[in-house]
Ligand binder design. Structure first.
Ligand code: SAM
Length: 402
C-alpha cells in the first residue's frame, strides 16, 4: 500500500497515518520494509528482469520487489517470503489471482540468486544526478549514492552531563548501534537527549549560543535545533508557519524539560519585539541531503519547484539580516545537496549585504575539507563513510558588521 501510494506521488512520511490501524510493531516493520525496498529498488528490478519477459502490473511488481529485497538483502527464509507473497496476491482480487503462479515461480528463482551484493549501487534519477555530477563529479556522486543505499544510523544529541551507550562522534553527537527502541533507552523519560542527525546538530553548534543570549530559531519545527539552543541556556523564540509541526516542538521541549517562546507565524511577516543577538534560519529546501532516511524523495519529486525554494530562501535571508543589530549573528542552514540552496545562497547574500561577514567554522571534529572557500560548511552523506555517514547539509555563520 505504501509503495502504491508513492507511485501517486505521496511520500512515505505523508502516509504515516494510513498505517494507524496496525499494531505499533507491525507499523514499524511495514515502514522499515518500504524504506529498504526503495533503497534497493533498481537492484531488485535488475534481478527480476532475469526471470520475467514482461513487467507485471504495478502492484504485483511492487510485491515482487519487496519480496526480492526480503530474500536477498534481509536474508529472510525463502519458504516464508514466497508463501506470504502468494497469499497476498490471492487477496488482491480475481484478476491478480491469475498471477499467483508467476509470483511463486519468479520468487523461487530469485531466492537462488548469488550475486546480489555485486549488483551496481542504486543511482539517483537524472533530475538530481545531473546537477550533483556537475557540482561534485561522478566519483563523489557514486560515493553519495552508496551512502544513500547504506541507510542512516540513529544519532542523538545529549544535554550536557547526560550519557548514553554508543559511539561518541568527533563533533559530540552519539551514534547508536542498530535500531533500538528509543523509549526503552536510559534517559528517554528524563529527556536527557533527542534524536538528531550529527550533521543537523552542527547548525546550532556553529551559532554558538551563550547563556542568556536572545536567540531566534526561524523555521523551527520539529525543534531539534530549538532544543540545542535552549539547552545552551539561551532565551529562545522559535518561529514556524505550521501550527501542527509547532505542537511537536512543544512536546519535545516538555519531554526534555526545556523552554522556549513558540510563535506560529510566517517568517516573511514576523518581526521580533526586541533585536536578537543571533538568529538560526533553517530554511525550507529540497531536503536532498536526507535521502538516506527518505529514499522515496528522488522518486516522488521531479526537480520542479527548486527555483521557488531558492527565491524563498533568499527572501528569508534578507528578512533575517534586517532583524539583526550590528554585531548580531546569523546561521543559515539547508539540508540540501544542491549548491543553489547552499553555496550560491551564501555568495548572493554576501553581495546583497556587504555588511555581513562570514565566521569560519572552528570547533572540534570539523574536518578542513568540509569548509568551503567562502567559509561555509558543506556536509555530504559520503563523509564519515566508515562510521555510517551523515546527512547532507550546507551551513554558514555570518556576523553583521555594519
Ligand atoms: C527544515 S524544516 C526545519 C527543521 C527544524 N529547524 C529542526 O531542526 O527540527 C523547515 C521548516 O520550515 C517551516 N516553514 C516553511 N515555510 C515557512 C515560513 N514561510 N515561515 C515559517 N516557517 C516556515 C516548515 O513548517 C518546516 O517546519
Amino acid at each position: 500500500m505504501l509503495l502504491a501510494e508513492m507511485r501517486e506521488g505521496r511520500s512515505l512520511s505523508d502516509q504515516a497515518a494510513r498505517l494507524g490501524h496496525l499494531a505499533q510493531a507491525d507499523r514499524a516493520r511495514a515502514g522499515r520494509l518500504a524504506l529498504v525496498t526503495l533503497r534497493h529498488r533498481n537492484r531488485a528490478d535488475a534481478v527480476l528482469r532475469r526471470f520475467m519477459q514482461r513487467r507485471p502490473r504495478p502492484d504485483i511488481e511492487d510485491l515482487l520487489r519487496l519480496s526480492t529485497v526480503e530474500l536477498l538483502e534481509l536474508g529472510e527464509a525463502p519458504h516464508g517470503v514466497v508463501n506470504a507473497a502468494v497469499d497476498l496476491v490471492r487477496g488482491m482480487g480475481k484478476k491478480a489471482q491469475a498471477s499467483a503462479g508467476l509470483v511463486n515461480a519468479v520468487l523461487r528463482k530469485v531466492s537462488t540468486v548469488t550475486d546480489w551484493s555485486e549488483l551496481p549501487v542504486q543511482r539517483l534519477p537524472k533530475w538530481l544526478r545531473s546537477p550533483l555530477v556537475s557540482t561534485y563529479g561522478a566519483d563523489t556522486v557514486a560515493a553519495i549514492e552508496a551512502a544513500h543505499q547504506a541507510g542512516a544510523p540513529l544519532d542523538l544529541t545529549l544535554k550536557s552531563g547526560a550519557a548514553v551507550e554508543g559511539e561518541l562522534l568527533p563533533t559530540g553527537s552519539v551514534r547508536l548501534a542498530g535500531t533500538p527502541q528509543l523509549s526503552a533507552l536510559p534517559g528517554y523519560e528524563a529527556g536527557a537527549w533527542w534524536v538528531q542527525d550529527a550533521a543537523a546538530a552542527l547548525a546550532a553548534r556553529l551559532l554558538d549560543a551563550q547563556p542568556g543570549e536572545r536567540v531566534v530559531d526561524l523555521c523551527a519545527a520539529p525543534g531539534g535545533k530549538t532544543l540545542q539552543l535552549a539547552a545552551a541556556g539561551a532565551q529562545v523564540t522559535a518561529v514556524d508557519i505550521s501550527e501542527q509541526r509547532m505542537a511537536r516542538v512543544a512536546e519535545n521541549l516538555a519531554r526534555c524539560g526545556l523552554s522556549a517562546d513558540l510563535v506560529v507565524a510566517d517568517v516573511l511577516e514576523w518581526q521580533p519585539a526586541t533585536p536578537p543577538d543571533a538568529v538560526l534560519l533553517d530554511a525550507p529546501c529540497t531536503a536532498t541531503g536526507t535521502i538516506r532516511r527518505h529514499p522515496d524523495l528522488p522518486l516522488v519529486r521531479d526537480g520542479r519547484g527548486v527555483g521557488e525554494l531558492t527565491s524563498l530562501q533568499a527572501e528569508m535571508i534578507d528578512r533575517t539580516v534586517q532583524m539583526l543589530p550590528v554585531g548580531g549573528r546569523l546561521v543559515y542552514a539547508t539540508c540540501s545537496l544542491l549548491p543553489s540552496e547552499g553555496e550560491d545562497q551564501l555568495t548572493a547574500a554576501l553581495t546583497r549585504h556587504p555588511g555581513m561577514t562570514v565566521i569560519r567554522p572552528d570547533f572540534p571534529g570539523i574536518e578542513p575539507d568540509w569548509i568551503t572557500p567562502q567559509g561555509g560548511l558543506r556536509l555530504r552523506p559520503d563523509y564519515w563513510a566508515d562510521r555510517g555517514g551523515m546527512d547532507g547539509f550546507f551551513i554558514a555563520a555570518l556576523r553583521k558588521t555594519a
